[in-house]
Design a protein around this ligand. Structure first.
Ligand code: ATP
Ligand code: 3PG
Length: 542
């Protein structure tokens, strides 16, 4: 039995998983980095006859961190109104933090929070609502060491123009271990962050950031936008991919080079924002299941019906893109949907017949008296194949639970899959139309043998709140991978792989570096430090 690799062991780098679990590691994707090879997804491999080129990332495991100050870009964009909303992303970055400290490094963290820069006026608003303080407090509580947050002078409208030199005192405290970490202010409060590559403000910010540290680690897969803190600073410091970044890239690659059959479930509110991803995924997937408004646009185009709330442009787009023969051949259509007269709905989705159990005032307003509501049924299940061309329908607010019953088209596709990707909230959950999404999650989880990848902010949020038990077990199940990067997953899929993102490109080795790293892996070259296994006493690695 060989050594487990902290980066790819699926346990966040903190220990050796038992052999059986290791073989099933969901995060690892189809390739695994052999010990000593200095790149994430290090080895090229073939999957279903498709060549899978390695990403060759410069990995944090290969950096010499002893006595170094390490500037870490994390994606802790999970603060709302100054409060930590969901610690999922913060917890996912702990392995990298632990790795740094365990290997003698001292961490300075930075993350963006929300979008404090006004798109039109370009003014930056510095407000406690978007501060990282809540995350620093959480880290302090969780890890038992202080994460100190320096404050810098703010210029009205410009935000923070310069990093004050007073921060050097704090860095002294960091080196002397008087604080456990430093957490810089919201990166988007800095004038230079989004100023554009090559601009004076961007270069100034990048060099000031670089001046704080010896090494840069990017662990913020979810922050794909090429800003100074995600890209610019990498030009001025030796730069490495953190453990989370590596895992997310590998999981993403597992969707680009999937184990077949590969089934993707994609839903959402607007077809135009997802069509690039659908197009890219359909090329690789054996089947694509659509839900939500995307599916409604397809149904409207396919059956010649008008569905309330579905944009004419989306229907036209569906006609052009989703009805194209090579695309349609991949689509698996849910058989039944939930139709409602109003957007409020009643939160109850009938399995058979009509729902008249709850009639809210707004439904009554819309359909008339309570008797009218009973007659017409404010919420009802519709079979898609029974729709007639020219019909004007109400809102289709969910894919009904019926669509996921055993033996249905959708259930069969999910059951037969070896790889499943879910970016799907299939109903208007904010109005209680959540049965479709719950049924989808249950159907996906029931395929215990498949590798299951969930990506998307709303997708994870609803997975957690609608199926909390499943979500909790998925966190520890090596067959599940829950991406922390929401929009980045869709973007990278549309672009053809994680390695196409500018922020990831900056972490890829040059040909010369790859050569040197190969030598290093043989013990002759320049890899400064072999990846270390952080063993548990039960681990039998050599
Ligand atoms: N049939 C439907 N009618 C109206 N809204 C729907 C319907 N199905 C899903 N939605 C809503 O669409 C939203 C998700 O779509 P959106 O395009 O915003 O995805 P997203 O934010 O990109 O999701 P994610 O973050 O998971 O990628 C959810 O709020 C969901 O309730
Ligand atoms: O929450 C996210 O999706 C990421 O943190 C990226 O945020 P952004 O879309 O504001 O760049």
């Amino acid at each position: 039995m060989g050594c487990c690799d902290p980066a790819t062991s699926g346990d966040g780098g903190g220990g050796c998983a038992p052999p059986a679990a290791r073989a099933d590691d969901a995060g690892a994707g189809p390739t695994r980095a052999p010990r000593g090879d200095a790149s994430a997804s290090a080895s090229a491999s073939e999957n279903n006859g498709i060549f899978h080129p390695p990403l060759h990332l410069r990995r944090i495991q290969d950096a010499d961190l002893t006595g170094k100050v390490v500037l870490v870009r994390v994606d802790h964009n999970c603060v709302k109104g100054g409060q930590l909303k969901d610690a999922f992303r913060v917890d996912a970055s702990l392995a990298t933090l632990y790795n740094i400290v365990e290997r003698g490094g001292r961490p300075i963290l930075m993350s963006h929070v929300n979008r404090p820069k006004d798109k039109k006026t370009k003014r930056v608003t510095v407000d406690d609502a978007d501060a990282v303080a809540a995350v620093a407090r959480y880290l302090t509580r969780k890890l038992g060491v202080v994460f100190a947050c320096p404050e810098f002078r703010v210029v009205d409208g410009d935000g923070i123009v310069d990093i004050d030199t007073s921060v050097n005192w704090l860095i002294e405290d960091l080196r002397a271990r008087r604080v456990g970490g430093v957490y810089l202010p919201n990166t988007r409060w800095f004038l230079g962050e989004e100023a554009g590559e090559g601009s004076e403000a961007a270069t100034r910010f990048a060099t000031q950031l670089a001046g704080l540290a010896d090494v840069f680690v990017n662990d913020a897969f979810g922050s794909w936008q090429p800003h100074v803190s995600t890209l610019g600073v990498a030009k001025f410091l030796p730069s490495y991919a953190g453990l989370l970044m590596q895992r997310e890239c590998e999981a993403l690659d597992a969707l680009i080079y999937p184990t077949r059959p590969f089934v993707a479930v994609i839903a959402g509110s607007k077809l135009d924002t997802k069509i690039g991803t659908i197009r890219a995924i359909a090329k690789r997937a054996d089947a694509v299941i659509l839900g939500g408004q995307l599916y409604n646009a397809y149904v409207a185009a396919k059956h010649g019906v008008t569905i309330a709330g579905v944009d004419a442009e989306d229907v036209e787009l569906a006609r052009r893109e989703l009805l194209a023969p090579e695309m349609e051949a991949k689509l698996v259509s849910p058989e039944t949907v939930v139709e409602s007269e109003t957007l409020d709905g009643c939160g109850c989705v009938p399995v058979d017949g009509e729902c008249v159990s709850v009639v809210t005032p707004s439904i009554r307003r819309s359909v008339g008296s309570r008797d009218d509501a009973k007659r017409f049924g404010p919420v009802r299940q519709r079979r898609v194949k029974d729709l007639t061309a020219g019909e004007t329908c109400g809102y289709f607010l969910d894919v009904s639970r019926e669509s996921f019953r055993d033996g249905s088209r959708v259930a069969k596709a999910i059951e037969g899959a070896s790889t499943i990707f879910v970016n799907a909230v299939v109903g208007l959950t904010s109005s209680g139309f959540n049965e479709g999404t719950s049924a989808l999650d249950a159907a996906v989880a029931a395929n215990v043998g498949a590798r299951k990848y969930f990506g998307g902010g709303d997708t994870l949020q609803e997975f957690k709140s609608l199926s909390p038990g499943l979500f909790l077990s998925a966190l520890d199940d090596p067959k599940f991978y829950l991406f922390t990067g929401g929009g980045t997953v869709l973007k990278a899929l549309a672009m053809g792989g994680a390695g196409e993102l500018e922020t990831v490109k900056a972490l890829r080795m040059s040909a010369a570096e790859i050569e040197r790293a190969r030598g290093g892996a043989d013990g002759k070259g320049a890899a400064s430090e072999a990846p270390r296994c952080m063993r548990l006493s039960s681990c039998d690695c050599g």
